[in-house]
Design a protein around this ligand. Structure first.
Ligand SMILES: [Ca+2]
Length: 475
């Protein structure tokens, strides 16, 4: 018969064994998590506001200088054929959901609450998520959080971001900004600069989350009008409350735009420095782009020519945007310049593939990940054309041709491109046989996609959008 002492000794041994196993298991799990974090990259996605392709010196600008972005390009991959939509909200809906606007765009300044974003997908994969910059996608206090961002510092979240003083309306995005932190309003009056507050917020987030995998989405406030001084401009006045006009109060928008591009570039440099300081630079995939073409009246000296800003139009100057990807530990053969076609719905599949996050169920497959291009294996990627649905018009294009038409397919016209910003519309009677074939193929693509209108929103939303407006005269 066992004595109590023996029994106690056996129990103690068993408890020790179980404890040892539990410790080993938890250490293993922690190690697995650490390995997983070490393998998958952090994501920093930066999207300037109203900064076309031609605005960066690395892309050929002779007016502006962007040394930090130029350096990222020289140590990463620079894309020469990336297309956004012609305006803010359409581009934002497309980049965040990975879908063509024909499926899920409802109206300006709003993202349908039923949409799934890349932030949802990366958060579900264990990423810490944050957004800073311009929101303009729904005024609900929980709006950024609802769309997957755990931390936010935004302009135009719960309010217009403008204030009325002595009968005048001031744009409060730049000097002395009106911002919201996680939905809580904060009004600056000490000479702060809105874009700088956002960049500092991001750097703080990176520092706090350096041990975890993180997603930073930075839809910048720069370089949208008003074309006003930055803290680096000779006429910076920290006591101003911002512009009282939409485009800017001063008389030299070209100079202010140059200063604004320089400041946006400086913000990128600050974020890169923070990644280095936090020890996460190597395994961070940084992507820089712009949400649409440059605005009027900005004219850029570019590769020996002048490019006039044409935001809001279905032209090269309205839709061609910068795209630079940099990821020291991931990209193969750095310093490449590639002409692969990229459109905004490609970003979500890219972020999911790079991080191991899943795509949402029922994802319609509009986007094509650019990861194979980053890994110098472009042949593994399929993207023969890009498509834009915008304000009653649609366009499909490849590197050399585009077809622009009304959404009902009427007035379809083919444009031939010699290069960037160098398109020439061709009359139907002047089309070669090959061009007639291209036009037909493009027309088929447009007709197929036209059927997808509002297939990406709930039946309830669809009914609401399609309801005929009262008092509208029937034709
Ligand atoms: Ca914009």
């Amino acid at each position: 018969m066992r004595t109590h002492k023996e029994q106690a000794g056996r129990t103690q041994s068993w408890v020790f064994l179980v404890m040892t196993l539990l410790v080993a298991m938890s250490t293993g799990a922690a190690a697995d998590q650490a390995n997983q974090n070490a393998g998958r990259p952090n994501i920093v996605l930066i999207m300037a506001d109203d900064m076309g392709y031609e605005a960066l010196s690395v892309n050929g600008s002779e007016s502006c200088k962007s040394p930090n972005l130029d350096k990222l390009a020289s140590q990463g991959v620079r894309f020469t054929n990336c297309f956004a939509n012609p305006l803010c909200t359409p581009s934002r809906a497309k980049i965040m959901t990975g879908q063509y606007n024909v499926r899920n765009y409802i109206r300006f300044g709003m993202l349908d609450r039923g949409q799934t974003t890349f932030a949802h997908q990366l958060k579900a994969a264990g990423y810490k998520t944050c957004i800073a910059g311009k929101w303009q996608l729904g005024k609900e206090t929980d709006s950024p959080h609802h769309f997957g961002f755990e931390q936010s510092c935004l302009w135009q979240h719960t309010r217009s971001g403008r204030s009325k003083e002595s009968g005048k309306t001031f744009d409060r995005r730049f000097v002395n900004p009106l911002l919201e932190f996680n939905g809580v309003e904060k009004d600056y009056v000490g000479g702060e600069y809105g874009p700088q507050v956002c960049t500092d917020f991001i750097c703080d987030f990176i520092d706090k989350n350096q041990e975890d995998s993180f997603l930073v989405y930075y839809p910048m406030i720069l370089t949208h009008c008003p074309f006003d001084p930055t803290p680096d401009s000779s006429d910076w006045d920290p006591k101003r409350l911002g512009s009282t006009t939409y485009k800017g109060d001063r008389n030299d928008p070209q100079r202010h735009f140059r200063d604004m591009v320089a400041y946006a570039d400086r913000a990128v440099g600050q974020i890169v420095a923070q990644l280095e300081k936090s020890g996460v630079r190597d395994n961070t995939l940084l992507i820089f782009t712009g949400d649409n073409g440059t605005d009027k009246p900005i004219v850029t000296a570019w590769n020996g020519r002048k490019v006039a800003g044409a935001k809001g139009t279905m032209t090269d100057a309205g839709t061609r945007v910068p795209l630079i990807a940099n990821w020291p530990a991931g990209i193969k053969n750095n310093g490449r310049v590639v002409d692969d076609l990229v459109e905004f719905c490609d970003i979500m599949p890219t972020l999911c593939e790079a991080t191991g996050a899943t795509l949402p169920p029922n994802y319609p497959g509009d986007g094509s990940s650019i990861l194979p291009v980053l890994l110098d294996n472009s042949s593994a990627r399929q993207k023969d054309w890009i498509y834009i649905w915008y304000r009653g018009q649609v366009i499909v294009r490849n590197r050399n041709y585009s077809l622009l038409a009304k959404t009902n397919g009427r007035d379809a016209a083919l444009t031939r491109y010699k290069g960037a910003f160098d398109g020439e519309r061709i009359a139907d009677t002047a089309l070669s046989e090959q061009e007639r074939t291209i036009k037909k193929q493009f027309e088929t693509t447009l007709a197929q996609l036209a059927k997808a209108r509002l297939t990406g929103v709930s039946k309830e939303t669809r009914t609401k959008i399609q309801k005929p407006k009262k008092n509208r005269k029937q034709k």
